[in-house]
Design a protein. Structure first.
Length: 110
């Protein structure tokens, strides 16, 4: 059985690890998908996940695109809201509109 990864030390790192694992991607594969050099992609992604470094936003956007999630997910401090972002992203446009209308109804903006 493989060794467990240490917990991420930053919100960004934790969210990145969660999204990458949810997508079933290894660190090096995600790194290569976003344009990092194959020889250093695993180490760089590990540094991002462990909070040693935080990537420039242009790289965050590439990660989000590769993972099929919004970039805002990486910075969302509220776990429930982060899950809502993921759910919203997975919905077809018609259901996104319905969810938006329902949210407005809940807060009284009808």
């Amino acid at each position: 059985m493989g060794k467990a990864s240490p917990p991420a030390k930053s919100l960004f790192g934790r969210r990145l690890r969660e999204a990458r694992l949810r997508a079933g991607l290894a660190q090096d594969k995600l790194g290569v998908m976003i344009g990092l050099d194959e020889g250093s992609s695993s180490a760089r992604m590990s540094r991002y996940e462990n909070g040693v470094h935080e990537p420039p936003f242009v790289w965050v956007e590439k990660m989000a695109e590769a993972l099929g999630i919004p970039a805002a997910y990486f910075y969302c401090g509220d776990d429930r809201l982060a899950e809502i972002m993921l759910a919203y992203t997975a919905l077809p446009e018609k259901k996104r509109k319905s969810l938006h209308a329902y949210a407005n109804e809940l807060i009284g903006n009808v």
